[in-house]
Design a protein around this ligand. Structure first.
Ligand SMILES: Cc1ncc(COP(=O)(O)O)c(C=O)c1O
Length: 370
């Protein structure tokens, strides 16, 4: 088969996702999955909103029908929330699918795509999939270096990807710096702003990118229900962009890319402001807990604005493997060129405590008092 494949497919790396609990249990011979915790994929430890669960139960009886491919109700609801027109919104199978749509629509072989060297890995994978020339701009202190990214733009640049807050660093750029960047980006460039974690920021601190969407700028804002809304398993993301951009991406979308169950749950989740607030509180107190105990363990970490922390443990993959034996799944970061680091997602207080104890244990440190 390999000989029949397009030659550049052989050069594509595979994305290393957080390991599922069941897979770790099978591999390490654990009899039960019950006491394994996964703090590896920046999921929402509170689970889905109960309103979403209720909506899914109700939707279950209708699963013999194809979903509404146009996602009419969810788009209408999102349009109301953001004061946009439904034509400025598109729903997808996770925001990852939007990243792929951007590749389909805008990237041809040899086109330049700019990203930060330690930005979300899927940007690079998608760029390479479309044979773009992926330009990686080094981060500064684990943050996007926007002036350097601006300088890297050439007449051949088609797309710039920015994740804000970024995964895996957890950092974000200052709003004024972002606005300054967006105001200076040349007109021929499409800016893809990945805001997967933005709802975790206090409302007053979230950047206002919708004015660029309304102003018809070449911007695509990516959002997801996977993180703050706790629906990662359903795969629902969306794009906010000028209608012309959405119309282009609709052309490369499969007819039923988002399941009816996912649409029903996402709509209900939007109504559950209380769940979002609880999520923000859980994440804020979890981050404070980790910061305190990581400092006590003298482990350097990158201060985070998201629901995870990048921690320098020294020999990240070894620590990841040793923690798995303690039934705690974190994420090694060598794939991001950070062999000393692991990424730890904020969990429930009991999970955070287990994680810190396991980390101290595998590093041979005195167990912290929690
Ligand atoms: C920055 C960023 N963008 C996008 C995604 C993908 O999210 P989704 O589940 O919506 O595909 C993630 C998930 O980890 C992420 O961290």
């Amino acid at each position: 088969m390999k000989k029949a494949a397009k030659p550049w497919i052989m050069n594509l790396g595979m994305y290393e996702a957080g390991r599922p609990i069941e897979e770790v249990a099978r591999e390490l011979g654990f009899e039960s999955t019950d006491d394994i915790i996964k703090v590896a994929s920046n999921e929402n430890a509170l689970g889905p909103s109960p309103k979403a669960v209720q909506a899914m139960r109700k939707a279950a009886a209708k699963m013999h029908l194809y979903p509404d491919g146009g996602a009419f109700y969810l788009r209408r609801k999102l349009a109301g929330k953001f004061s946009l027109a439904p034509e400025q919104i598109m729903v997808a199978n996770g925001s990852n699918e939007i990243i792929e749509f951007i590749g389909h629509v805008f990237l041809a072989p040899g086109d330049e795509m700019i990203m930060a060297d330690r930005a979300f890995a899927i940007f690079r994978l998608v760029g390479l999939m479309f044979q773009a020339n992926v330009v990686s701009v080094p981060m500064k202190n684990f943050k996007h270096d926007l002036p350097a990214m601006l300088k890297a733009i050439t007449p051949r640049t088609k797309v710039v990807f920015i994740a804000n807050p970024n995964n895996p660093t957890g950092t974000r750029v200052r709003n004024e710096d972002l606005y300054d960047f967006l105001d200076r980006v040349p007109e021929h460039v499409v800016v893809a702003m990945d805001e997967a974690y933005v709802e975790l920021l206090p409302a007053g601190e979230q950047p206002d990118l919708l004015r660029y969407v309304r102003g018809g700028r070449r911007i695509i804002v990516l959002r997801t229900f996977s993180k703050s809304y706790g629906l990662a398993g359903l795969r629902v993301g969306y794009a906010l962009a000028p209608a012309e951009g959405i119309e282009l991406m609709q052309r490369v979308r499969q007819p039923f890319n988002v399941s009816a169950m996912a649409l029903a749950a996402a709509e209900a989740a939007l109504d559950d402001a209380g769940h979002l607030e609880k999520t923000r509180e859980m994440v804020a107190s979890g981050l404070a807990f980790f910061e305190k105990h990581l400092a006590a363990l003298k482990l350097p970490f990158v201060p985070s604005c998201a629901n995870f922390l990048l921690v320098n443990v020294g020999r990240g993959r070894e620590v990841f493997k040793a923690m798995q034996k303690e039934k705690v799944i974190v994420r090694p970061m060598d794939g991001y060129g950070l062999p000393d680091h692991v990424r730890i997602s904020v969990g429930l207080p009991s999970e955070n405590a287990r994680c810190i104890r396991a980390l101290a244990g595998v590093l041979g440190r005195k167990p912290p008092e929690i």
